[in-house]
Write a protein that binds this ligand. Structure first.
Ligand code: GAL
Length: 834
């Protein structure tokens, strides 16, 4: 045993990998020590530039999320024709009212590892918003305009091995370039990878599972190799080991490269009794590949993958591992609410946990490339993914949108997306666009669709391709829809049957659905179905009866996907509220965030969450009552009660008096509920929610008793009229976090009465202090009209609630969060950072 091996054996397996990799491949992620300015000067790229006065920041960093909010930030004077606007009008808050427009510079001094001539250094950006110009020691090393994509630049010619180096990045965001808040800056991670002259390039492996049968799977691993001129893979040898989900080696293959393969190794494996990846069983295998030149190790590369099958069967639907699977999906924008675009693993995993609890099985990354952290979390936690690429192709939606760079960049952008994520089992289809105006543009739409889909197939022949189309008649007539592997329609589910009949695929995906609007804890009376309804308070009703001119209520989608085998499921607009696009409050400042979310900007479920949960999560009980029952002044007035439950029937009691029993009406079909009277009278809703439209308010207790299909009382729940606000309740999503300076605990803050009932009208200003091994990171209350700054340790609760976020430092220890508010007993919570 040589010394190296001995050391590693003593320190354990993790060390062994890191140590071996340190020999042939090093990776640094540049998080700390960055300098930042919003000024702009070509000298900033120069070596030795004195940036001492610039702001100290850590990356991922979103420069605009710190505000201040203003109606003048990216004010857009235009007509949104897709929303039916015919004349230009002033839009407020369409991009969140945050200062993302303009330039920003980042500079970093870093130590490069020492390496001999011939080795390669690659700088990888997971995403940089936007028009990134990268300078290494004063020389421009690369440019990438699209802010959502990952890209890499060859740093070798500019880097000084073993010395201090200077990295400078200039970013610029144009006005009128986005329809939502895009974030700004180095909002995703930056990595430096140093490899030997012979190495596996970035995203250089392709793992497929060409055969998955009962009892075994064939796994094919293709590994690209970059090597000196005049060499081919025949000069090298590859050893690949396959590890099962428990990390145990189950197969290995040691073979010389075949010069006929040019620049890649081709290896085949058999995995017996594979554990198939699915949302319920997110089993991950690992391929560890080592490349040798003779006996010398040249590179070591790890690829995670899954074994699973995907199939689209005309008329029958989407099958995952042979099992009929409907997409119970949500669309999400990339921002993480109060954290803005700055990517954070804990925040992403919290989102996925909340969605999974709702029964959601898929995310569409609308309308652009996801962060690697999201894809990895979906792989690990079991969430199917539909990564999307563009909101615009050749024809403009925004004056400074993607159309300006489409011709030059579209292929490069698509290639990077697919190469980056083609081994991730959570990715089940690619989406090449969203409601592109090329739908109407002569032959452009079908031709471009075919071109982009062909690129996807070339880069990844294993996954179907879709796009979200909102012009059903146009795209059926011009064959744009027929071109796609999967025709994805945004909204207008009543058109599905007609499209289904005309389309060769014989399946229809609801690529974007619902766009129901609501504000957490806000209830409007009388309870009537409304489109584009506006109120003076800039909120929408949480009775879940309001939507946009082009959209509908959740049940108007469900009924199709439940009853028609060819309707393969949906992606609801949206899972979480996002910054920007406060439709229907286009011009009404302050309005800085959407009302579409099933979950608000603070990550707090709205009532609608329980409606989806009652339908999607078949494994757990849902029994939810709305509205709250604290309505001073409404005594004797009609105050409808809705119950969202997965039980077929329920009975409501107000202060012990039965208000009658309601049962879901399963006789409702898409066909017998299509007329306008049925729509207005909530006929489809009666199949899925239980509604008492005539109940009158009196203070006290609302109790619901749920019955199973045998008529047995099986569950009950009560809500109570709240008394005076008494104290602040703090509940963390995770009480123990990692002492890595990045981990977050999301604390739900509630103003409650002495018995712990939520005070649904409370709007107290709460002030926070954090002591010990953590800091206050940000907060959000889910109020789309609030323009309080997220990062300040104080905020008003919105309808009694908000979320406060605590971040660890890199020292372990206790973290104490204290919350105080006028007239309230304060709250205190102790977290552990390890
Ligand atoms: C769609 C669009 C989304 C969002 C949504 C709001 O047309 O794809 O990005 O704007 O409408 O309903």
């Amino acid at each position: 045993m040589n010394t190296k091996r001995f050391l590693c054996a003593a320190l354990g397996a993790i060390c062994s990998l890191a140590f071996m990799q340190a020999q042939v491949r090093t990776e640094q992620t540049f998080e700390k020590g960055w300098k930042f300015t919003r000024e702009d000067n070509a000298d900033f790229a120069k070596p030795g530039f004195n940036d001492a006065k610039w702001q100290n920041v850590t990356v991922p960093h979103d420069w605009a999320i710190y505000g201040p909010f203003s109606i003048n930030n990216d004010k857009q004077e235009m007509a949104i024709t897709q929303d039916g606007q015919t004349e230009a009008m002033e839009h407020a808050g369409r991009t969140g009212g945050l200062p993302f427009v303009g330039t920003g510079w980042y500079r970093l001094n870093f130590d490069a590892p020492s390496f001999e001539k011939g080795k390669k250094a690659t700088l990888i950006f997971d995403g940089a918003m936007s028009h990134a110009r990268v300078y290494i020691n004063g020389q421009e090393a690369g440019y990438w305009p699209y802010g959502y994509n990952s890209f890499y630049v060859d740093a070798t010619p500019y880097l000084k091995p073993g010395e201090k180096n200077e990295l400078a990045v200039r970013l610029e965001n144009e006005r009128e370039s986005s329809r939502w808040y895009p974030g700004a800056g180095l909002y995703r991670n930056v990595h430096l990878v140093v490899t030997e002259d012979v190495h596996i390039p970035t995203w250089g492996t392709v793992i497929t599972t060409p055969v998955v049968e009962d009892g075994f799977a064939r796994v094919n691993v293709k590994t690209d190799l970059v090597m000196p001129e005049g060499k081919n893979v025949g000069n090298y040898r590859i050893v690949t080991e396959i590890l099962n989900p428990e990390g145990k080696r189950i197969s290995s293959d040691d073979r010389p490269g075949d010069k006929l393969d040019g620049n890649f190794f081709n290896q085949n494996f058999v995995v017996y009794r594979p554990s198939l990846w699915s949302p319920e069983n997110p089993a991950l295998y690992t391929a560890v590949s080592k490349v040798y030149d003779g006996e010398t190790l040249k590179d070591e590369y790890t690829t995670r993958f899954g074994i699973r099958t995907l199939e689209i069967i005309p008329d029958k639907g989407f099958f995952l591992n042979g099992k009929l699977t409907k997409f119970k999906g949500v669309c999400n924008h990339h921002d993480l609410g109060p954290l803005g675009g700055a990517v954070n693993d804990a925040a992403i995993r919290r989102q996925i946990r909340i969605l999974k609890d709702m029964g959601c099985n898929a995310i569409r990354t609308s309308h652009n490339m996801p962060a690697p952290e999201l894809v990895e979390a979906c792989d690990e936690m079991g969430m199917m993914l539909m990564p999307e690429s563009f909101d615009e192709w050749k024809s403009a939606k925004m004056a400074n949108g993607y159309h300006k760079i489409f011709d030059e960049w579209v292929e490069k952008d698509l290639v990077n997306l697919i190469r980056h994520y083609r081994n991730n089992p959570s990715v089940v289809m690619w989406c090449i666009g969203n409601e592109v105006p090329d739908q109407w543009n002569g032959n452009n739409g079908p031709k471009l669709s075919r071109m982009l889909q062909d690129i996807c197939h070339r880069e990844d022949p294993t996954r179907p391709v879709t796009q979200g189309m909102d012009a059903p008649d146009a795209v059926v007539n011009n064959n744009m829809a027929a071109t796609m592997d999967i025709a994805g329609f945004n909204y207008r589910p009543h058109k599905y049957p007609e499209n289904y009949k005309k389309l060769p695929q014989q399946i229809v995906l609801g690529s974007e659905t619902a766009s129901t609007v609501s504000s957490r804890g806000v209830y409007k009376f009388p309870v009537t179905r409304q489109a584009m309804k506006k109120y003076d308070d800039h909120q929408s009703s949480s009775y879940d009866v309001e939507h946009c001119g082009w959209s509908n209520l959740p049940e108007d989608d469900w009924i199709w996907h439940d009853d028609k085998p060819w309707a393969i499921g949906e992606f609801v607009w949206t899972g979480f509220d996002y910054l920007g696009e406060p439709t229907p409050y286009y011009t009404d400042w302050p309005s800085h965030s959407s009302l579409f979310g099933i979950i608000d900007l603070a990550g707090l479920p709205k009532d609608r969450y329980y409606l989806y949960r009652s339908h999607w999560n078949k494994d757990e009980e849902t029994l939810h009552i709305l509205p709250h029952w604290t309505w001073p002044g409404r005594e004797g007035e009609v105050t409808p009660i809705f119950v969202y439950t997965n039980y077929p029937s329920a009975e409501v009691f107000i202060n012990g008096k039965s208000q009658g029993k309601r049962t879901k009406d399963l006789s409702v079909t898409p066909e017998n509920s299509a007329d306008s009277a049925s729509t207005a009278n909530f006929k489809r809703q009666q199949r899925y929610r239980l509604m008492w439209m005539d109940t009158k308010y009196e203070p006290g207790t609302v109790k619901v008793v749920a019955y199973n299909d045998k008529g047995e009382a099986v569950a009950e729940k009560e809500i109570h009229t709240a008394g005076k606000p008494d104290h602040i309740e703090l509940v963390a999503d995770r009480n123990e976090i990692k002492a890595d300076g990045k981990d977050l605990s999301f604390v739900t803050v509630r103003v409650v009465d002495k018995d712990g009932n939520l005070c649904p009208d409370a709007q107290h200003l709460i002030k926070y202090s954090v002591k010990g091994a953590g800091t206050y990171r940000a907060g959000a209350n889910g109020d789309p009209t609030s323009i309080e700054l997220f990062h300040l340790p104080q905020m008003k609760v919105f309808n009694g609630m908000m979320t406060a976020i605590v971040q660890s430092t890199d020292k372990p220890g206790e973290i104490t969060l204290t919350a105080t508010g006028k007239g309230l007993k304060s709250g205190k919570l102790v977290l552990m950072s390890k």
